[in-house]
Write a protein that binds this ligand. Structure first.
Ligand SMILES: *[C@@H]1O[C@H](CO)[C@@H](O)[C@H](O)[C@H]1NC(C)=O
Ligand SMILES: *[C@@H]1O[C@H](CO)[C@@H](O)[C@H](O)[C@H]1NC(C)=O
Ligand SMILES: *[C@@H]1O[C@H](CO)[C@@H](O)[C@H](O)[C@H]1NC(C)=O
Ligand SMILES: *[C@@H]1O[C@H](CO)[C@@H](O)[C@H](O)[C@H]1NC(C)=O
Ligand SMILES: *[C@@H]1O[C@H](CO)[C@@H](O)[C@H](O)[C@H]1NC(C)=O
Ligand SMILES: *[C@@H]1O[C@H](CO)[C@@H](O)[C@H](O)[C@H]1NC(C)=O
Ligand SMILES: *[C@@H]1O[C@H](CO)[C@@H](O)[C@H](O)[C@H]1NC(C)=O
Ligand SMILES: *[C@@H]1O[C@H](CO)[C@@H](O)[C@H](O)[C@H]1NC(C)=O
Ligand SMILES: *[C@@H]1O[C@H](CO)[C@@H](O)[C@H](O)[C@H]1NC(C)=O
Ligand SMILES: *[C@@H]1O[C@H](CO)[C@@H](O)[C@H](O)[C@H]1NC(C)=O
Ligand SMILES: *[C@@H]1O[C@H](CO)[C@@H](O)[C@H](O)[C@H]1NC(C)=O
Length: 520
């Protein structure tokens, strides 16, 4: 889905490079300011003795980092903003107005963004074959953070600021949040502390819980309509009603998409999923108007529109003969929204192509060109999982035809076995689990999550996790009503923020100040 490719995934909205939005404010995301950019010669392979990386290399690559000196005063800490699954440059807003700005200002700190290996301008190789991707693992990535803290140079500052003599405090949101937690846990002797925000620290194969907050907190009449339409569709699928399914596809204007799963994902575009989707969704709601998209609310007001023209509401009855005469409430509204606001994103008009909604062309996945999608999918396939899937029981916002095989097939097409490296048949979830799963803990490692984040159930405050208690050494905070790492955002005026965010920021400042007070 190249044209529509908008890898939000565990990403947060900053990765969504090409998607169009009804909300012009989102375009403000393209940061205008710039920060000095440097590179460090980073070893490609931090584990010369591990068989996982045979035959090994002693080569280095240029890893990019960006520095904000504006708040620094001698004696201040270094805040390392973990790049995660996007380019370093797309993280500039955190230096300008977000959490790093807030913490730098509060403590005379230096702000640094380290770009993740295999993203942005920090690729070790010119292409991403399966063999070349072998060094894209969690352990190599977090080893970069420790190495960087020990070797980084800052030309704008006199003297050395390396760890552990200077307190380095990591911050990461989303995948970078998990990397922050794993870094502090593994390299606590080097890295003084860290805040993991909405970090999916527990890997899961199928991540149907992605839909749970939408199911729970979305406008209930909209949600119920989608649930009922999905149930009816799945009934037709289970009965192999090929004619009816063809009619259903045609109602959405998607009759040219042969694969029922591609069709199911296309009509779920406004709702989203953990991998790729073309429009803004629940995950892109935000308290900060500069980063918020209201697309999800618009989708729902369209689906529940009571004033639709008669020829639209008539569509609700088009398939009633297949469902014992029962109408498909709001099917007309739903289909109209997809036709008006989703299908036009496919500018080529070739709906079944990989630039639009088709995913079944193996050659597309096998393209070894470096890219954010290819790197992110690789991590999903080998370690993280989080494949899109309908819940095993209960109501669903997506058709049950979407199962883990749908994603695993992309992995298999994308990363055929190389000479040295091959992907596992299914993601190796034990790698994440080795950091402690829901028991993960380290001194001065803080966890902050949002109660209505689609990623909550892979995070520290998951509904599956034990009850949490906080302390200065092991602080934790679940922000009521917050989405995906909403504490990352700021507006240069904490007092003007919504109360739960304001108090999260004040909590983060206090937490870090207490740590720094104890630094020797
Ligand atoms: C690799 O093994 C050699 C020989 O046992 C040892 O000297 C070296 O320290 C090890 N390197 C790392 C990075 O563990
Ligand atoms: C890397 O350098 C070490 C020390 O010079 C050497 O023993 C090792 O064989 C080298 N590894 C590779 C893959 O070239
Ligand atoms: C990668 O591309 C650059 C720029 O085109 C080139 O200089 C370099 O030799 C290439 N490296 C490899 C390993 O092919
Ligand atoms: C670094 O130190 C030198 C000599 O003490 C001084 O002239 C210079 O202004 C300092 N530079 C910065 C960036 O502090
Ligand atoms: C479903 O129906 C099609 C066309 O009627 C038929 O070719 C196919 O074998 C059926 N599949 C199953 C699983 O019954
Ligand atoms: C339908 O969605 C569009 C696009 O987001 C929005 O502009 C419009 O206001 C919505 N219409 C209704 C009736 O909610
Ligand atoms: C309903 O009628 C309008 C105006 O004639 C037309 O533009 C639209 O395509 C029709 N919609 C459906 C679902 O038939
Ligand atoms: C549904 O069935 C009835 C009775 O057989 C028929 O009159 C009607 O045209 C059918 N409706 C549709 C949409 O096929
Ligand atoms: C849809 O795309 C797939 C993958 O490229 C291709 O195999 C299939 O023939 C296409 N089907 C149609 C109906 O275009
Ligand atoms: C997934 O694919 C595997 C291997 O192709 C197959 O054995 C399994 O039955 C499939 N599972 C589902 C739910 O389709
Ligand atoms: C977490 O710790 C509890 C209590 O010590 C233990 O019962 C549980 O098995 C641990 N879970 C994991 C995933 O390690």
């Amino acid at each position: 889905m190249r044209l529509l490719s908008c890898l939000l995934a565990v990403a947060g909205i900053w990765n969504c490079a090409t998607a169009k939005s009804t909300n012009a404010a989102l375009n403000k995301r393209q940061a205008t300011s710039s920060f000095p950019a440097y590179t460090i010669d980073m070893p490609i392979d931090h584990f010369p003795n591990s068989s996982r990386y045979a035959p090994h290399t002693n080569a280095t690559f240029k890893q990019h980092y960006y520095v904000d000196y504006s708040y620094y005063k001698p004696g201040g800490p270094v805040y390392l903003y973990i790049g995660g699954e996007t380019s370093g440059r797309s993280r500039f807003p955190a230096l300008e107005t977000g959490i790093i700005q807030i913490l730098m200002e509060a403590t005379n700190g230096l702000g640094v963004i380290l770009e993740n290996r295999y993203y942005g301008q920090s690729y070790p190789f010119n292409t991403s074959t399966t063999d070349e991707l072998v060094y894209l693992t969690t352990e190599q990535t977090i080893a970069d953070n420790a190495y960087f803290a020990q070797h980084a140079t800052f030309p704008g500052i006199n003297g050395s600021l390396t760890a552990p003599d200077t307190p380095w405090i990591l911050y990461g949101g989303s995948l970078a949040g998990a990397q922050t937690a794993f870094s502090v846990k593994t390299y606590g002797d080097i890295l003084y502390g860290g805040i993991a925000s909405s970090g999916p620290v527990v890997a899961k194969l199928a991540y149907s819980e992605w839909y749970a907050p939408i199911q729970k907190f979305g406008p209930s009449d909209c949600i119920a309509s989608i649930n009922a339409i999905v149930d009816k569709m799945d009934l037709l699928v289970s009965q192999n009603q090929t004619q009816a399914i063809a009619e259903l596809k045609a109602i959405f204007g998607l009759e040219s998409i042969p694969d029922i799963r591609d069709f199911a994902v296309a009509i779920a575009a406004p709702i989203g999923n953990p991998m790729f989707y073309p429009t803004y969704t629940w995950q892109e709601l935000n308290w900060d108007p500069n980063y918020a998209s209201d697309d999800f609310w618009y989708f729902c007001t369209n689906v529940t529109n009571l004033d639709a023209p008669e020829n639209v509401t008539a569509v609700d009855y088009a398939l009633a003969n297949y469902t014992n005469g029962e109408a498909w409430a709001n099917l007309g509204n739903y289909a109209r929204y997809i036709q008006e606001f989703v299908i036009p994103l496919c500018t080529s008009g070739d709906l079944n192509s990989t630039s639009c909604f088709g995913t079944q062309d193996p050659a597309y996945w096998a393209d070894t060109t470096n890219g954010v999608l290819r790197s992110y999918l690789y991590s999903s396939c080998i370690e993280q999982g989080a494949y899109q899937a309908a819940p095993a029981y209960g109501p669903s916002l997506i058709s049950r035809v979407i199962d883990v095989n749908y994603t695993q097939q992309w992995c298999n097409w994308a990363y055929p076995a190389g000479k040295y490296n091959s992907i596992p048949p299914t993601p190796d979830l034990s790698i994440y689990a080795s950091y402690g799963a829901y028991n993960i803990s380290a001194d001065r490692l803080a966890f902050i999550d949002g109660s209505s984040d689609v990623w909550l159930d892979m995070c520290y405050h998951s509904n599956d996790a034990p009850e949490r208690t906080s302390s200065d050494l092991h602080p934790e905070l679940l922000i009521e009503g917050s989405g995906h790492h909403w504490d990352s955002y700021g507006i240069l005026d904490i007092d003007a923020e919504p109360q739960f965010i304001r108090n999260a920021h004040l909590w983060e400042i206090r937490t870090v100040k207490k740590w720094l007070r104890d630094f020797q």
